[in-house]
Design a protein around this ligand. Structure first.
Ligand code: HEC
Ligand code: HEC
Ligand code: HEC
Ligand code: HEC
Ligand code: HEC
Ligand code: HEC
Length: 448
């Protein structure tokens, strides 16, 4: 009997021992996992984010003589603040407007998290420092034609000088010998003679001129060809796919003037900062790209505040210079409001820009892509003329019909047209009203 009891107690004790050893070992190993599951949404280990960084947090509480209270904090921050017994809790409460919610974890688990935080070493990776962001404009292309012209002019000047010097010398020699300098033949004969004598130089100049013309023509042809499928590089690797696609942010959140004015507008840094004050890191580019945004906004993520001068005004960095993808010539008038406002044409952005939700950076779409969308979407029509050319504007104005009953804007237009039975009859011959019939082909509508 006795032995049995002793054995039972022994096994019980042993298993308890094993259990506690296992669980404490596990708690330590799981510091990383516990952190991720419970704290990662608001805390970063070695950077402030929504909450303060956790590496070294315990030391701060110990310095304040409150090493034990940090566990009470995590269990219930509000209770600790309200108890008034912790100085550190009061300080920390001012960190942000947000209140950390209570965490139902054991002291061991919290200890495991803090151990993990204190022993954490950041993996070495390139991180762009705030303030060093590059917001340069795209490098201009070397202008070959300009350089060749300069080269050619310099060449001609040198030849002219050489010829004049030679002539002067000959003249001097002739005078000394007391005879007339013979003038040989007409201008053409002299040029021919010169070319004949300097045939190597002449051939070289000829090739240079031909090359210059070819390069010039090539460049012209090239710049006409790239109006579609054009995606310039940008100072920050912004992604429409991520923001407008995956996150589903409305185009108008960033291009908010599209419905009310001529231009759609590119968002200011402030629009980005509405979210990015809280989001210092992206899933593919880490902190590198967003650091450039912070540099431009003058935001210091470690301080959780903007850089400020003595009076408290924000000191902004170099502004971000986005490169334009679309660029109408100055003599053309194009208004977004006219085309996208629900009261007027109410066109889908995709009709002219393609499926921007799938792009990274902004780009000029192609006819093929948009015509593909038109196959499955009744709101989009297929167009043959190359995107952004005059023919393209005219083709759509000729094909696209407008519903004169759908808004006050058209009602008013309709009323005015009723006073012109001749126009009205012509317009309504086919029961359809196109933009062209409303004046969309008049030169002055699109040209200043
Ligand atoms: C929903 C967001 C959120 C979550 C989740 C969260 N915290 Fe916090 N934490 C904060 C905020 C915000 C503060 C700053 C104090 C305040 O404003 O309440 C803070 C402060 C702290 C502090 C004080 C830091 C210092 O410098 O003194 C510690 C320690 C802490 N949190 C630990 C944790 C741990 C451990 C977890 C996970 C078990 C966690 N927090 C989960 C938001 C959060
Ligand atoms: C979070 C902000 C944001 C959202 C949302 C957004 N964009 Fe953009 N968009 C930008 C920025 C910044 C640029 C300039 C950089 C670039 O070209 O990528 C830009 C550029 C563009 C350009 C190219 C402009 C040019 O000619 O240089 C087009 C077209 C465009 N966006 C259309 C859209 C459409 C359509 C949507 C909705 C599906 C949309 N954007 C949603 C921020 C945004
Ligand atoms: C009828 C065709 C058309 C539609 C529809 C259209 N755009 Fe545009 N968009 C253009 C043209 C043309 C330009 C070039 C304008 C210029 O260079 O002056 C442009 C330029 C832009 C730009 C560059 C900045 C600017 O304003 O010049 C952005 C951003 C943009 N569009 C966003 C949008 C968004 C967002 C929508 C949908 C709400 C939209 N566009 C609908 C034709 C269109
Ligand atoms: C509505 C909120 C919101 C706005 C507005 C916003 N962003 Fe973001 N952005 C996010 C979030 C959230 C992430 C992180 C998502 C991820 O990487 O999974 C992010 C990620 C990024 C990234 C990193 C992408 C990666 O994959 O690493 C860059 C760069 C970026 N944003 C730039 C900008 C710029 C520039 C603007 C302003 C034109 C802007 N964002 C506006 C919410 C926003
Ligand atoms: C996909 C079709 C489409 C394309 C492409 C298009 N437009 Fe339009 N446009 C419309 C529609 C629809 C209206 C009618 C809106 C209205 O009645 O207010 C319109 C109206 C206009 C008007 C006002 C006409 C009037 O009678 O007051 C101007 C100006 C204009 N467009 C310029 C352009 C220019 C410039 C381009 C090319 C860069 C262009 N549009 C490309 C569909 C298009
Ligand atoms: C619906 C708008 C629209 C109407 C109407 C329109 N144009 Fe244009 N026009 C454009 C656009 C857009 C361009 C620029 C095309 C480009 O850059 O490829 C252009 C370019 C031009 C050019 C310069 C061509 C070049 O190579 O740069 C001339 C000249 C011109 N238009 C004359 C006219 C005349 C004349 C009329 C009237 C019969 C007219 N346009 C009506 C939109 C229009």
């Amino acid at each position: 009997m006795k032995i049995k009891w002793i054995n039972k107690l022994k096994t019980l004790g042993l298993s308890l021992l094993v259990l506690s050893a296992v669980s404490s070992g596990q708690a330590q190993e799981d510091g990383a996992a516990l952190f991720k599951a419970n704290c990662g949404a608001c805390h970063k280990i070695d950077k402030n984010s929504t909450g303060p960084k956790l590496k070294g947090a315990r030391a701060l509480w110990e310095e304040a003589g409150e090493g034990d209270l940090i566990y009470e904090w995590v269990k219930d921050p509000v209770a600790l603040i309200e108890s008034g017994k912790s100085k550190r809790a009061k300080e920390v409460a001012d960190f942000s407007k947000m209140q950390m919610p209570p965490q139902s974890l054991t002291k061991e688990q919290v200890k495991a998290i803090l151990d993990y935080a204190d022993s954490y070493e950041a993996p070495k990776k390139k991180v762009a420092k705030a303030g060093t962001a590059e917001v340069k404009k795209e490098e201009p292309k070397t202008n070959y034609v300009l350089w060749l012209s300069v080269f050619l002019i310099v060449g001609l000047v040198v030849i002219y000088a050489a010829v004049s010097v030679k002539k002067l010398l000959l003249q001097a020699v002739a005078e000394k010998e007391g005879r007339e300098l013979e003038v040989g033949g007409t201008m053409k004969e002299r040029i021919d003679a010169w070319i004949y004598r300097n045939w190597k130089l002449s051939l070289f100049l000829f090739i240079v001129v031909v090359l210059a013309v070819c390069v010039d023509l090539f460049q012209k042809g090239y710049s006409v060809g790239v109006v579609s499928d054009y995606q310039p590089s940008q100072p920050i690797k912004y992604s429409h796919k991520l923001h407008a696609g995956d996150m589903g942010i409305d185009c108008k959140y960033c291009h908010n003037s599209a419905q009310k004015s001529k231009t759609a507008g590119i968002p200011t840094t402030n629009v980005c900062m509405n979210c990015h004050r809280m989001v210092p890191e992206g899933s593919t580019t880490g902190t590198e790209e967003i650091a450039k945004l912070y540099a431009a906004a003058g935001y210091n993520p470690d301080e959780n505040d903007y850089n400020r001068d003595a009076e408290g005004n924000i000191i902004e960095g170099e502004p971000i210079v986005w490169n334009k993808a679309h660029n109408m010539p100055d003599h053309v008038f194009f208004s977004h409001a006219q085309h996208v406002n629900p009261n007027t044409a109410n066109l889908d952005c995709r009709q002219c820009h393609g499926d921007v939700k799938t792009y990274t950076l902004g780009r000029v779409s192609t006819n093929e892509e948009i015509n593909e969308l038109a196959k499955t979407d009744n709101n989009i029509i297929a167009l043959e003329k190359p995107l952004l050319t005059m023919g393209w504007c005219l083709e759509c104005h000729n094909k696209k019909t407008v519903d004169l009953t759908k808004s006050d804007y058209y009602n008013e237009l309709h009323e005015r047209l009723k006073n012109r039975p001749d126009v009205m009859k012509r317009i309504l011959e086919d029961d359809k009203v196109t933009v062209r019939e409303l004046g969309g082909w008049e030169c002055a509508k699109c040209h200043y």
